[in-house]
Design a protein. Sequence first.
Length: 319
Amino acid sequence: MGDKELEGSVLETISKLYMTLGTERSYRSALENTKRSLGIFIDLQKRRKEAYAWLQAGKIYYMLRQNELVDLYIQVAQDTALNTGDRSFALELLEATGDIFFNGTWDREKAVTFYRDWALPIAVKAEDSKTELRLCNKLVHLLLSLKAYNECLEHAQTALVVSAALEDKLNERVAYHRLAAVHQNLGQCELAEHFYLKTLSLCSSPLQFDEEALYYVNVYINLGDIVFYELKDPFDAAGYYHLALAAAMDLNNKKAQLKICTKLATIYHNFLMDRSLSLFYYQKARTFATELNIRRINLAPDRYYQIQNTANTYFKNCT
């Protein structure tokens, strides 16, 4: 029995090596080895290894785009795992099943069913908070890409609650950022602004890595865009752009500085009516453009033109 189980494990390993080659021929070789290992595990009544062999075969059929066989093999893998009576193992396999679609390039929406309808209820019932958080994070990421924002909001809120309970600061920051992104896509700009600022408040200070400073740059630019384009408040938008510029200067990121200086020059020229500051930032933008070999700076891009009449009317009504 030991030799047969070892043979099955070796065949399983060979299959995984073939999978890394990424060609149709290698996938078919992987499938052949997987089916041989599956037969061995069935004969030996090794239910866990059998379940993973069914799942591996389903994954290979997914790579070969044979969808009917994908569903068949995954269903058998799922049934085998559930029949073991081991809740932790069933949860592990159901998440792995969702990962096939989550990490794939087509039919990604199928992962939602495995995460939301199967794995997540088991994790909640088992009070497995770490797995619950991981599943919620995957659901939020996936639902954002699918533009299912209302459903995404529920899981984003859960991710925030669970990460806070676990005192997981990194995941808490991620949850706030994703909540902000969801609210932004739902057109709830005040909430988006609130959650982006909450995200920034959780960042380490002083910044330890260039990637953190770049994150500041991008978030502050996004905040400026939200406040300017959606909330029609060029004064507060300029404040966010100034903060973005400070972070970009720390990074010595000339492309970002060019982009931000152009935005500031446009706001001061067209909306805040400060010609001296407009000229100052225009000249800085020209300097960066010259260094980056960019020939022309548009001081009034199309998006600014599109909202200029609205903004002018707004300010006229406020006076």
